[in-house]
Design a protein around this ligand. Structure first.
Ligand code: AQP
Length: 335
């Protein structure tokens, strides 16, 4: 790495339904990093439009995601919070990196395969080259650390490959640092409550697959009650959970929220029915998520305040982006 200063960057798509996976996999990490490092957090609206978004809804979602950052504990005086499309340098660097990344690298991206589904000819070109824009988001600020859920690890590896190739091709050793992913250890991937093999996601059709940050206490206990498990009781060891993804997911969520190791949770609950765990889990989820949801709803109703936060963030981000892009243009040979 070219210098020792830690600079954190991460983004969240404004695609609605912020959920427990976003909170445990990303937001919580964002907040703890803000205490010790310079952090830039971005509402990545250009990523969101890689699949069609209703324009009116998109505007609302940009503000709601900003509110989600703040409700989770981010402080706009400490961290830079802004929306991606308001700093046009992201798109410009995205193009330059499109010319650095190789087709073969993108062909390996599993998220494209998942999101494009069986008829990839019909997917947007944007969805295909999305990881290059993600690399631009990070490299534009020369970020060194990127807190993300485990689902983004492959994109981060691609970003490192792109940074390295740029540095080599343009004989600019160490110009771009190779950013490191910061993935939560306990629970890097929160799974759907209906299918323990699929990640909890904003776009899952059934609302019963996820806990939304805006859910009421009633919603949460209903969803946890209905969450898929199996007929066996809670086992004694982690090994016995290997083929029980839904059971493992609920135990992992409980372990993360109560800050208790999975081993200890199993010691305390072994032999009990899942209904016992579900009750405890509902209680701790309500305690953790409902205050965030309440704040989120309050903030969402203050549009002017949210727009001010984004404007202030844009000014700070633009300054850094302009400076770095100027150097990048010089290195590439653009006049
Ligand atoms: N289930 C999850 N477990 C852990 N982390 C997760 N993240 C998302 N889902 C989980 C992390 O949250 C951050 C923001 O993600 P995003 O909303 O920008 O994109 P995504 O990963 O595509 O989220 P979704 O919910 O799956 O959205 P859709 O359904 O629209 O595709 C990222 O750091 C992500 O890792």
């Amino acid at each position: 790495m070219s210098n020792n200063k830690k600079l954190v960057f991460s983004g969240v798509q404004p695609t609605g339904n912020l959920h427990l996976g976003n909170y445990l996999g990303a937001f919580k990490n964002f907040v703890s990093l803000q205490k010790e490092s310079e952090c830039i957090y971005c509402v990545v609206d250009l990523h969101a439009i890689t699949v069609f978004q209703d324009p009116k809804k998109l505007k609302e979602n940009i503000l709601e995601t900003t509110a989600g950052f703040l409700a989770s504990g981010l402080d706009s005086n400490k961290s830079i919070i802004f929306n991606q499309s308001s700093v046009s340098e992201h798109a410009e660097l995205g193009w330059i990196l499109n010319c650095v990344a190789r087709l073969g690298w993108l062909n390996r991206m599993t998220q494209f395969k998942d999101k494009a589904g069986s008829d990839k000819e019909k997917a947007s070109v944007g969805l295909y080259i999305y990881p290059n824009l993600m690399a631009a988001d990070i490299l534009l600020y020369k970020a060194t650390h990127v807190p993300v859920g485990a689902d983004q690890k492959q994109h981060l590896e691609l970003c490192r490959d792109i940074a390295q190739k740029f540095n080599n091709d343009f004989k600019s050793k160490n110009f771009f640092p190779l950013p490191e992913p910061l993935i939560q250890k306990n629970i890097s991937r929160v799974m759907s409550l209906r299918d323990g093999l699929k990640k909890m996601s904003k776009s899952e059709e059934s609302d019963y697959g996820r806990i939304n940050l805006k859910d009421t206490a009633d919603d949460i206990s209903k969803k946890i009650k209905k969450a898929k498990t199996d007929s066996l009781p809670i086992p004694e060891s982690e090994k016995e959970l290997e083929k029980r993804p839904e059971a493992l997911n609920l135990l992992n969520i409980y372990s993360d929220i109560t800050k208790t190791s999975l081993k200890k949770v199993l010691e305390e609950t072994k032999g009990k029915e899942f209904s016992y765990l579900k009750e405890r889990l509902s209680e701790v989820l309500i305690e953790t998520i409902c205050p965030v949801g309440k704040k989120l709803k309050e903030l969402t109703s203050d549009k002017t305040y949210l727009e001010e936060v984004l404007k202030k963030g844009r000014e700070k981000a633009s300054k850094k982006a302009e400076e770095n892009l100027k150097k990048i243009r010089e290195i590439v040979g653009l006049l």
